[in-house]
Design a binder for this molecule. Structure first.
Ligand SMILES: [Zn+2]
Length: 380
């Protein structure tokens, strides 16, 4: 049995939490703490990140991805409060995608990896080929939805592809979405230039969320007809946002929050392999890039972003700063909201019977300083 005390993130009440056999056995409110320092410490569920491309110099699509590589990433995430994440593989050739999923699936034989990685996210290749919308996805590998191909990829992944990000306007998208939904796979709209009608049809077919709303979008868009309005307006759609402070302007985050409400927002890091490395110049994917001191990756010598590198808790901090929302809402967007979307019934909240994946942190001027992370199945 393990016990900890602190302020419950959702309502600031003083609580004592008991953990037995890796799960929370009891949450009770207390009048006062045994240890005075607990009065500054919040306890929240560990975070869930649905879009992670790599970390500490390791890309999930690297040809020889090993279990050791995965363990390094799992442990680095844990330090930062993330105990569930979905490795994400983006547009590439069939052979390359198949190899990536085969490698990823193999790492799940390790119980420590499997504990934190419930499944994978395939972002592309069935997205818009249009400049601006496709972002950094390789044009030559973008193609129309192909269910037979997807089945082969999912087989290589051991049936663990949990989310596909696709464009709703491309030929065959609606049929493909229906098949995903029938097979329990979450469909997310992203890197697309779909019309309001395309988006509505996709949602009718079962698409549930949007991948990094406001990104994967051209710089110049039509003020009447663009993918933003319908994705904001359709209350059936959730959305994920990269709130590293660079990928969206603060006022965009505020408008998205108001339109989608806290229940339909998910925070994601979308971090790339350069995350967790020291600032400086790198050659990444054949391109010269700079990882800045502030933590954004720029194409060297340009004003273009090449990727994200900040951990998910930065998104939680920025969400509060940009929108004025309370801690509970910001944490829920990075824990229970994604957990519900993917059907992770055992995590994302603090309640008896749930996995004891918890973070203990102090809030100093809006920054989360993680004091302790507790992982249900790891002995401490
Ligand atoms: Zn993307």
């Amino acid at each position: 049995m393990y016990q900890l005390e602190g302020l419950l993130y959702s309502d600031n009440s003083k609580v004592s939490i008991k953990i037995e056999d890796s799960v929370i056995s009891k949450v009770e409110t207390v009048d006062k703490f045994n240890d005075a320092s607990s009065s500054k410490r919040y306890i929240a569920p560990a975070l869930v990140d649905n879009q992670v491309n790599g970390y500490v110099g390791i890309e999930f699509s690297k040809p020889d991805l090993s279990t050791e590589d995965m363990l390094k990433i799992v442990r680095k995430h844990r330090e930062n409060g993330v105990m569930t994440f979905m490795p994400t593989v983006i547009t590439a050739s069939f052979e390359s995608l198949k190899r990536s999923f085969t490698n990823l699936a193999k790492t799940l034989d390790d119980t420590e990896v499997a504990y934190s990685v419930p499944g994978f996210h395939l972002e592309g290749p069935y997205i818009s080929p249009e400049e601006g919308y496709r972002g950094a996805h390789s044009l030559k590998d973008i193609r129309k939805p192909d269910w037979e191909e997807f089945l082969k990829l999912n087989e290589a992944a051991g049936g663990k592809i949990m989310q596909v990000t696709l464009a709703p306007e491309v030929e065959g998208a609606v049929d493909f979405i229906k098949k995903c939904v029938a097979n329990g796979i979450v469909v997310s709209l992203g890197h697309h230039n779909g019309s309001a009608e395309d988006i509505e049809r996709a949602v009718d077919a079962g698409a549930k969320t949007v991948t990094h709303l406001g990104n994967g979008l051209a710089n110049n868009i039509n003020r009447f007809e663009n993918p933003l309005w319908m994705q904001l307006a359709d209350d059936r759609l959730m959305c994920s946002c990269i709130l590293d402070g660079f990928h969206l302007r603060p006022e965009m985050a505020k408008v998205f929050y108001r339109a989608k409400t806290p229940n339909r927002m998910i925070l994601t890091s979308d971090m790339t392999m350069l995350a967790g490395l020291p600032p400086g110049d790198y050659v990444w994917d054949g391109k010269e890039v700079e990882l800045t001191e502030e933590g954004v990756i720029m194409l060297k010598g340009t004003k273009y972003f090449a990727g994200a590198s900040l951990p998910l808790r930065t998104g939680v901090e920025n969400m509060m700063r940009f929108t004025g929302c309370v801690l509970k809402e910001a944490i829920d967007m990075a824990s229970i909201n994604p957990a519900k979307l993917y059907g992770f019934d055992d995590r994302g909240e603090i309640a008896a019977g749930k996995r004891a994946d918890l973070i203990v942190f102090e809030l100093e001027e809006g920054k989360m300083r993680i004091v302790e992370t507790i992982l249900g199945n790891i002995s401490r």
